[in-house]
Design a protein around this ligand. Structure first.
Ligand SMILES: NC(=O)c1ccc[n+]([C@@H]2O[C@H](COP(=O)([O-])OP(=O)(O)OC[C@H]3O[C@@H](n4cnc5c(N)ncnc54)[C@H](O)[C@@H]3O)[C@@H](O)[C@H]2O)c1
Length: 382
């Protein structure tokens, strides 16, 4: 993520200094961005002069003091609160006075990062999506302490990077990752229960219009990162059962099969990071056969759970005072390229059908995961 953020910042004309605690990683990151941009320039997909300009504005340093004098920090280190807090404490004394400090955390409390920063009002979340140069959205996260000027600055910065923004409250998983949680968790639960294999569940999701199946997407995100996000949302929601991570995610991490970043995840991969699907793979045998119009039972479960979660988020106003259905739908579409916003999708499929799928699944798997969101129930009866 750090690479992608550095690239879009440099492309927007900023001088960017890249630091990574792992020796050599910052240089490798800058070199990888340069190689990608030159490849795109050779294919005529980006202007060569612009690509070289971007590359020329990227500089790797091998120690944190190399960031001395920077006016903006864009942090994208491990999804671990204590590690991020240590960085925010230390960076505070190195950056230019009054520098904006932004975290790319997917789900951790930005308020807890602001609490340790020298000037809490200057801390915000700037949550980009993977791959950063291609995804349209940046969630701007309003920590309890974030000043109005800091939020406006972060919004302007993201806009200059070519991103659309939504400004959201500092709640576990913010808006997009919270609404998207069932896509990953229900897929892993189906795999764990023997209701399908990785390739079969992915194929069902793609047939429903998702650009990537959940397992392919977890391989792209990093299974360790996805697990850390799952845990942060589960813990942040005080152990709400429907957000509970699955033991298979933990096992993948124990096996060090993390996805594209190390060449083996839910799928084995070739050298170019393409998933290798074994012969005979690609089956599903869901226990519940309730379906939504045009979708199979696997996709119906995923889509119904996402629509339900979007109703929870909508009712709770988690995206902030300005959050309504159009904002939730736009954020999810721009952040994840889902084929439809979940709330509009629910209306188009029919909320009665969505409720029927949730209730059929609740009968088999229990109400904890598939309890109807009160707002969905209310809209149904209106
Ligand atoms: N992977 C995604 O799809 C995605 C999407 C949006 C946001 N994020 C968030 O972005 C952040 C990074 O995710 P990632 O997938 O790039 O992780 P990653 O594990 O691929 O990279 C993290 C990098 O941080 C470095 N690092 C760790 N501790 C450090 C420290 N104290 N100082 C400097 N560098 C340090 C590591 O060496 C590593 O290179 C996380 O907060 C994650 O939740 C990830």
């Amino acid at each position: 993520m750090g690479r992608g953020i550095a690239q879009v910042a440099a492309a927007a004309g900023h001088e960017v200094v890249v630091f990574d605690a792992l020796p050599g990683a910052a240089e490798r990151g800058v070199a990888a961005v340069a190689a990608d941009l030159r490849k795109l320039a050779a294919k005529g997909k980006v202007d060569e002069g612009e690509a070289e300009g971007t590359i020329g504005r990227l500089r790797a340093v091998d120690a944190l003091p190399g960031l001395a004098g920077a006016r903006v920090l864009l942090e994208a280190i491990h999804e671990d609160l204590a590690v991020k807090q240590a960085l925010f404490r230390e960076a505070g004394s190195i950056l230019a006075p009054g520098a904006l400090m932004a975290s790319n955390t997917s789900a951790l409390p930005v308020t807890a990062l602001a609490a340790v920063a020298p000037d809490p009002g200057r801390v915000v979340g700037m949550h980009f999506f993977n791959p950063v140069p291609r995804m349209a959205l940046c969630e701007i996260v309003r920590a309890r302490q974030s000043s109005a000027e800091s939020l406006a600055e972060a919004e302007a910065l993201a806009a200059a990077f070519g991103k659309q923004t939504v400004t959201v409250a500092d709640t576990p998983g913010f808006l997009v990752n919270r609404v998207a949680r069932p896509y990953y968790l229900e897929a892993v639960r189906m795999l764990g229960a023997g209701e399908g294999d990785v390739a079969g569940i992915d194929a069902s999701a793609r047939a429903a219009g998702f650009p990537m199946g959940p397992f392919t997407l977890m391989d792209l995100i990093g299974i360790d990162v996805n697990l850390a996000v799952s845990r942060a949302v589960f813990d942040g929601m005080s152990g709400e059962p429907r957000f509970r991570p699955h033991v298979l995610q933990q096992q993948q991490v124990h096996a060090n099969q993390l996805g594209r970043k190390n060449g083996q995840g839910w799928y084995a991969m070739d050298a170019a990071g393409q998933s290798l699907v074994p012969d005979g793979a690609g089956w599903t045998r869901p226990y519940v056969d309730a379906v939504l119009p045009g979708l199979d039972a696997v996709a119906s479960r995923l889509v119904a759970a996402i629509i339900n979660e979007a109703h929870h988020a909508w009712a709770e106003g988690w995206a902030g005072a300005d959050a309504g259905a159009p904002l939730i739908d736009r954020a999810v579409r721009q952040g994840l390229n889902y084929p439809h916003g979940p709330l509009a999708w629910g209306d188009a499929l029919g909320l009665g059908q969505v409720a029927a799928v949730l209730e059929a699944n609740a009968q088999v798997f229990g109400g904890e995961r598939f309890r109807l969101a009160p707002l969905l129930r209310r809209r149904l009866s209106n």
